[in-house]
Write a protein that binds this ligand. Structure first.
Ligand code: UD1
Ligand code: CA
Length: 456
């Protein structure tokens, strides 16, 4: 197969987004629109990807510094033909070019691949039948069904406007023809623009055949022009991910109420209840159950673990058969071994908790190492921060921390130690002993009056 160049048109302003962010940087599934197009393009193994940029170009470029892309500036937006003309100096002679649009994120790489395969000595365009074709370029076909031209909506006659087969803007052709045709474009049309679509008539004039493949998947050729388009495409993208998960055997209580903003990998018998958001890379092992309203980002959750409602997990690893939540917050650096229990209103940060330990209620455990089979009572706080520095708390195997305890780090609680409820622990507690640090005695004041409000 001959070499492939891909030109992505992304110089449009996107005025209708009413946003300061360049249109192609708005996200679908947390990934910029243009990144979807670039990723789709890469699956076709092109030897070059050229992006024609304009408005907000520098910010756009910065978002793709890791990609091997040739950036070409179109300083003035004089039309799609003019945009492709900017890429001509980079096109390889003898190669083919595929033209993609930078604002069409759900691009169908397989359809593009078929288009490229057809473009050997031909101009191949991707079209679709649109119920309301207003605004689109119409595909004109001769009596034999051969494509003869594309006429833009603004230039079309009433009869031509009745045609529902429209140009998607995606096309492929040999570079040597493309270069020649581009040099012949004029601005003699309703918009005084250089229309890329005029190359169809030029091909016909040169006796080069033009083929149009009609796609049935309208979303794969839908461009984003407004926040409404963005929201609709986001849902389609989400539905497609949900469908794939269902096909793999994941139970989704409602596929319409699931958001995957990254990659979710699931084992067998996984169940996900409604309104869960997965971000970054999340892996769920076999038999993992996620209850409603959880947000889970960059996490690995091992098999058999149950995450109860309203749990927030960010950058954490959770071992097998654990119970997390409801209302738990696992912050970056949390590593839980198997059979751990983290209950309601418990926040963990940079804490490593070993097998069988429980932190069931109202606690903050940060910068801590917690051993095996430790029980941390309600309202335990690790005081890890003195306002400037952070210190570690170490709680060894089998320790029991009574409720409402403050552990002022750096501090170590020895193996099988017991800390009495209500203690403020500032020094290491020895193994196997009870350590307590409370007010000396409990006393009662007879006849004591509660303060009353002073009336003004
Ligand atoms: C274009 C096609 C039309 C097709 C429609 C599909 C032409 C003349 N018309 O219409 O047949 O039905 O797309 O959506 O090609 N762009 C630039 N530089 C420019 C102008 C546009 O980079 O000077 C880029 C835009 O960023 C966008 C794409 O080209 O990604 C299409 O431009 P847009 O203005 O949306 O398309 P139309 O001209 O309306
Ligand atoms: Ca236009």
């Amino acid at each position: 197969m001959s070499k492939l160049n891909i030109v992505i048109l992304a110089a449009g302003k996107g005025t209708r987004m009413h946003s300061n962010l360049p249109k192609v940087l708005h996200v679908v599934g947390a990934k910029p629109i243009l990144a979807h197009v670039i990723d789709g393009a890469k699956t076709l193994n092109p030897n070059k990807i050229i992006v024609v940029y304009g408005f907000g170009g520098e910010i756009v470029k910065q978002a793709f510094t890791d990609e091997n892309i040739i950036w070409v500036k179109q300083a003035e937006q004089l039309g799609t033909g003019h945009a492709v003309q900017q890429a001509v100096p980079f096109l390889d002679s003898g190669a083919n070019t595929l033209i993609l649009l930078g604002d069409v994120p759900l691009v169908d790489a397989e359809a593009c691949s078929r288009l490229v395969a057809q473009a050997i000595n031909k101009l191949a365009i991707l079209s679709f039948n649109k119920t309301d074709p207003t605004g689109y370029g119409r595909i004109l076909r001769g009596a034999a069904g051969n494509v003869s031209a594309i006429v833009e909506h603004k230039d079309a006659t009433d009869a031509q406007r009745k045609i529902i087969e429209v140009n998607t803007g995606i096309m492929a052709m040999p570079n040597d023809y493309l270069t020649k045709w581009l040099s012949q474009l004029t601005k003699k049309n309703a918009q005084a623009e250089y229309y890329l679509t005029d190359i169809v008539a030029l091909a016909v004039k040169d006796n080069i055949s033009v083929v149009a493949e009609v796609t049935a998947d309208e979303w794969s050729v839908t461009g984003i022009n407004s926040k409404l388009d963005l929201a609709l495409i986001e849902r389609v993208h989400q539905n497609r991910i949900a469908e794939k998960l269902l096909q793999q055997g994941v139970t989704l209580k409602d596929p319409a109420r699931l958001d995957i903003r990254g990659t979710l990998t699931c084992g067998r018998e996984v169940e996900i209840d409604v309104n869960c958001v997965f971000e970054g890379n999340v892996t769920l092992g076999d038999n993992v159950k996620i209850a409603a309203n959880c947000v889970i980002k960059n996490a690995g959750i091992a098999s058999g673990t149950k995450i109860a409602t309203f749990t927030h997990i960010d950058d954490a690893e959770i071992g097998e058969n654990s119970h997390i939540g409801p209302f738990a917050r696992l912050r970056p650096g949390t590593i839980l071994a198997a059979d751990t229990h983290i209950g309601n209103f418990v926040e963990l940060k940079n804490a490593q908790v070993d097998i069988g330990s429980k932190i069931n209620h109202l606690s903050y455990i940060g910068d801590s190492t917690v051993g095996k089979n430790v029980n941390i009572g309600a309202g335990t706080i690790t005081c890890n921060y003195d306002g400037a520095n952070k210190f570690r708390t170490v709680i060894e195997d089998g320790a029991f921390i009574g409720s409402d305890t403050q552990l002022v780090a750096p501090v170590t609680i020895g193996k099988n130690a017991t800390i009495a409820a209500g203690s403020t622990i500032t020094r290491n507690a020895p193994a196997d002993q009870l350590t307590l640090c409370r007010a000396k005695e409990q006393k009662s004041v007879a006849g004591w009056q509660r303060p009353v409000k002073i009336k003004k």
